[in-house]
Design a protein around this ligand. Structure first.
Ligand SMILES: [Zn+2]
Length: 279
């Protein structure tokens, strides 16, 4: 087998498995954050019989599949929701690995500073993805958004922008940097404007919590498609229209779910198109 292909596959598989593990952690975050409980302490137990769960019951996704969705001790069915969030996070990580295949080179040459920066940027990206999933689910469950979670999306996105500015500084003139900065400012202003217009468009049904949620998706998208400002603008504009229409058609709690799925599919399609364009 071609060694380069092997490294890419290894990278994709590793990050998919990591995604499933992170998804398991997100289940705890989604469940405990609204209740105001710490998600680092306390043991997991069966919701029905209260039996403390052993390590073999806690292998993300695989325990659920192996036990066929039932508690090992009392045989009560375990909600498929946990396994769904774990597989969804795994799928997001797989997609992120496919779109960041250049980062796989870090595995063979970890002394290269440029590859290190690529890889660090990629890690920030997956943190933002995980936080967006948690924010989306908490919002879906409670109709409340939590800045603690959404902050994890916005902060990595800004850090990533700083890294890219820093990386490209050497080949750029002062004028180029100023132009980039101007584009970035206009972009941020545009993002806030789109969210504000959405809030006006949906009036009473659009709460401040919805606004927070919408604002987490935009930096995430920027992050996914950091190939160029124009391309990002185009993407965000199309995305805002798709999202707005989906929101208008599907109102209420179920609407949140389908809007999330529609947005996710939109990103998937873009990733596939980008993959074939850049190949
Ligand atoms: Zn049980």
């Amino acid at each position: 087998m071609d060694i380069f292909l092997f490294i890419d596959i290894y990278f994709a598989v590793t990050f998919t498995l990591l995604g499933i593990v992170i998804g398991s952690f997100l289940n705890v975050v989604i469940y405990r954050t609204p209740a105001g409980r710490k998600f680092s302490t306390g043991r997991s137990m069966c919701m029905t019989c209260g039996h403390e769960l052993a390590a073999k019951d806690l292998v993300p996704l695989f325990s659920w599949l192996f036990l066929r969705g039932k508690c090992r001790y009392c045989k009560a069915p375990i909600a498929s929701r946990y396994a769904k969030i774990e597989s969804f996070t795994g799928a997001v990580f797989l997609l992120s690995a496919i779109t960041h295949l250049e980062c796989s080179w870090f595995l063979t040459d970890y002394t290269n500073t440029l590859l290190l920066l690529f890889f660090f940027d990629y890690l920030l990206f997956v943190i933002a993805c995980a936080a967006a999933i948690a924010a989306m689910m908490i919002h879906y469950d409670t109709r409340k958004s939590f800045f603690r979670v959404t902050g994890f999306v916005i902060v990595p996105a800004i850090l990533s922008k700083v890294i890219w500015c820093f990386m490209s500084m050497r080949d750029k003139t002062v004028m180029d940097l100023l132009r980039d900065l101007l584009f970035l400012l206009i972009y941020i202003a545009g993002t806030v404007l789109v969210c504000f217009l959405l809030s006006k468009l949906f009036g009473k049904e659009y709460t401040r919590n919805d606004l927070y949620l919408d604002m987490t998706f935009v930096p995430l998208l920027t992050f996914t498609l950091f190939t160029g400002v124009i391309y990002t603008w185009l993407t965000v504009s199309v995305y805002a229209v798709v999202y707005g229409v989906a929101r208008a058609i599907l109102k209420g709690r179920n609407g949140d779910r389908y809007t999330g799925i529609a947005s996710f599919l939109f990103v998937v399609i873009l990733i596939i198109i980008r993959y074939f364009i850049t190949r």
